[in-house]
Design a protein. Structure first.
Length: 380
């Protein structure tokens, strides 16, 4: 009897760890929980260094209007962005998305009234937050969302260069309103919506801005996107009244030759009516190329032309204080190293040139600007 009891006790003792391990094995991971719930969570960290041979922190002509969108540091390390997106977007029914940006770049992309003086210094921005409803080929979203215009995006992993183009800063970052999309096929999507205007959580006037767009993918390697924004906006970048009609038309083309080689182009035109019968205009063109040299190295290039015909974008003036048109040119070369699928290390050289002396340099101004940048990206 004692031997039987002892054998039973030993068997139970040996079986206990196996039972605990089996129970632990049945505990779902966070990824499994998210998959089962339909939630997706992803993010990234973007940190880097920027050096410039001019005083770009003083702005164009020393007026405080930055010549670059994010990399406006003379000689500084920076935590540019920590991005986090949580979304549930089923093919049918209700869903939603929240996207936050934390870091130095958040100060630049704030919408009004957060962009007003005294609030723009915050390093936290709710970049997107919207509800969605999908049924068949139609999806409607309402809230705050990124613009349709432009080839480049706010989130750093979505671009092949460190610095953003001049055109990226010449279009809105986000809109607050409603947007509907209709995709009758896998190759064609139409967009339409109404919103408060350019980067406005709270509308600065009573008029709304009309959003129109179309995306066409006639063959697998080729994607073409056309977007337009028509509405009344403030007639100066500083937000002064009165208002005038603002029209923007943007065309983007991307062609993937193969998995490692791609080319792109963006064409932009803009007009802002100014009460009194005048108008301010600018337009530009950017060309892109990117090539994977092997599984770990990538080289990307961009060339760009931007004609700020009336000095509206960068608030440039002549010696008498009148608006002055300036033409800008830039070339960018970026080398990327991808040691893993989640990490990319980049280095970049960029040269800018203007047809007027607008870059501040030790008490004078120059027509040229040269910058050097380093960037580390981690995606999770």
């Amino acid at each position: 009897m004692k031997k039987l009891l002892l054998a039973t006790a030993v068997s139970a003792a040996l079986a206990a760890p196996a039972t605990v391990l089996a129970q632990q094995a049945r505990v779902p991971t966070l990824g499994q929980v998210l998959d089962a719930s339909g939630l997706s969570v992803n993010g990234y960290i973007d940190a880097g260094y920027n050096w410039a041979n001019r005083n770009i922190e003083a702005g164009v002509q020393g007026n405080g209007v930055a010549p670059r969108v994010f990399d406006n540091q003379n000689n500084s390390f920076s935590l540019h962005q920590i991005g986090l997106t949580v979304a549930k977007q089923p093919k049918e029914g209700f869903g939603g998305l929240v996207n936050v940006t934390v870091g130095q770049d958040a100060q630049v992309i704030h919408s009004f009234p957060e962009s007003a003086a005294g609030l723009a210094s915050s390093n936290f921005d709710i970049t997107q937050g919207y509800l969605s409803y999908s049924k068949g080929s139609v999806t409607v979203i309402g809230g705050k969302f990124t613009t349709l215009a432009g080839s480049e995006v706010i989130a750093s992993p979505g671009n092949n260069n460190i610095s953003r183009s001049i055109l990226f800063g010449a279009v809105p970052f986000t809109h607050t309103g409603v947007r509907a999309s209709w995709a009758p096929s896998d190759t064609f999507t139409l967009y339409g919506g109404l919103n408060n205007g350019w980067d406005q959580l709270q509308d600065t006037n009573r008029q709304k801005t009309l959003e129109l767009g179309a995306s066409f993918n006639p063959v697998k390697p080729l994607t073409m996107t056309l977007s337009a924004y028509i509405g009344n906006e403030n007639t100066s970048p500083g937000g002064a009244i009165p208002n005038g009609e603002r029209d923007l038309l943007d065309f983007v083309l991307n062609y993937a030759v193969n998995d490692g080689l791609s080319f792109g182009a963006e064409l932009l035109t803009f007009k802002q009516d100014v009460p009194g019968g005048t108008s301010a205009k600018y337009n530009g063109l950017a060309l892109y190329g990117s090539s994977l040299l092997n599984s770990q190295w990538r080289v990307s290039a961009r060339v760009e032309y931007f004609d700020d015909k009336n000095g509206f974008r960068f608030a440039t003036t002549d010696g008498a204080g009148n608006p002055q048109g300036v033409k800008y040119y830039e070339g960018t070369l970026t080398l990327g190293y991808l040691p893993t699928k989640d990490v990319e290390l980049r280095t970049e050289v960029r040269a800018d040139r203007a047809d007027q002396s607008v870059y501040v340099d030790s008490g004078s101004t120059s027509k040229t600007l040269m910058t050097f940048g380093l960037q580390g990206l981690y995606k999770f």
